[in-house]
Ligand binder design. Structure first.
Ligand code: MTE
Length: 325
């Protein structure tokens, strides 16, 4: 993976929405009931949960789990949406925002297959309808040693998995990104990565309550550059595990061959748990630079499991974390 730190000059200060503006806007939307196409948050599972129209906001997202430290300010919306890794749209951080204009996140279908009792190909609306969408504010730590704090809107992955009734032989879950070279300029070159982008989790990791499939951030549906309409978020792992624009979910008996490990097994593993004690062969993982206010700050210490040790450490009991990086 390329490592390139964003300079302060890369994001103009006028592009940045400070956290306070976001919070005020939320209060305003909630108080005024202005959110167009609002969805029923916290509704009974039988009620439809569909996304608001493009540009509109989720109304009154159900507050889900979030645990932040005192130094964890939200990364502004403009930072989250203009500083991206999404090689289907180019390898530069600003490429995905610039080159994803032709990408159509809807209509969308998700194929679920492999070792489960209820496989199928499901329209996106049907896919999310039975679920309540929650806000989860998580740190995201990229393997390149930069990080963000993002208010996601998503659905617990465990709830989605249960619907498809995986068999006991299903030990892993694999996710696949869409292949649409006509809409994704990076996919017109096979030299960047082998497409589709693949990621996976062990089944017990996937069932952990922290794992979500995100459909939005900052109260609105995901933009193309962040993986619209559906992407994985596993905050205790390096960001490359967070596969974007998912079209296929497969239950498997064997460990998925995730893209970055296939590309370079010496540098990227399957587990990819954030671990400040295991350096990347080419740089330290002991510290990171947080994107706040339009620039990357100076280095701060990286936390074990990205600060989610309490929630996930039990998944790795008995494993040599230095080996299974
Ligand atoms: N998913 C796909 N399909 N293609 C990618 O290139 N990049 C990964 C991950 N998901 C990537 C992907 C990496 S390296 C990171 S750090 C995160 O997406 C970045 O997510 P963000 O751009 O929404 O912050």
């Amino acid at each position: 993976m390329l490592i390139r730190h964003k300079k302060a000059s890369d994001v103009a200060s006028h592009e940045i929405t400070p956290e306070s503006v976001y919070l005020n806007r939320r209060r305003f939307i909630q108080a005024s009931g202005l959110a167009a196409g609002s969805i029923m948050m916290g509704a009974a599972p039988s009620e439809a949960a569909v996304l608001p129209a493009k540009g509109a906001k989720f109304a009154d997202l159900k507050k889900g789990y979030s645990k932040l430290g005192k130094d964890d300010a939200l990364t502004p919306f403009d930072g989250v949406t203009t500083y991206n890794n999404y090689y289907e749209f180019g390898t530069g951080k600003s490429d995905p925002a610039k080159t994803s204009g032709a990408f159509k996140p809807l209509p969308w279908k998700v194929k679920v297959d492999g070792l489960c009792a209820k496989p199928g190909t499901i329209d996106f609306d049907e896919f999310i309808k039975p679920h309540t969408i929650e806000e989860r504010v998580y740190r995201m730590r990229c393997v390149e040693a930069w990080s963000m704090v993002i208010p996601w809107a998503g659905i617990p992955l465990a709830e989605i998995i249960k619907r498809f009734e995986p068999q006991s032989s299903a030990k892993y879950i694999q996710f696949e990104t869409i292949v649409r070279p006509e809409e994704m300029p990076g996919q017109r070159s096979s030299y960047i990565l082998p497409w589709p982008y693949i990621e996976g989790l062990r089944m017990d990791e996937a069932m952990n309550p922290l794992a979500i499939l995100a459909v939005g951030l900052y109260d609105q549906p995901l933009l193309a550059q962040n993986g619209a309409p559906l992407r994985l978020v596993v905050p205790w792992k390096y960001g490359f595990k967070g596969v974007k624009s998912i079209v296929r979910i497969s239950f498997t008996e064997t460990e998925p061959k995730n893209t970055w490990r296939v590309m370079n097994a010496d540098e990227y593993g399957f587990y990819a748990n954030v671990n400040p004690k295991v350096d990347h062969p080419r740089w330290t993982q002991a510290s990171e630079r947080r994107l706040t206010g339009g620039f990357l700050e100076g280095r701060r210490a990286t936390l074990m499991f990205n600060g989610y040790e309490e929630e996930v450490a039990h998944l790795y009991t008995g494993m040599d974390l230095a080996k299974f990086y």
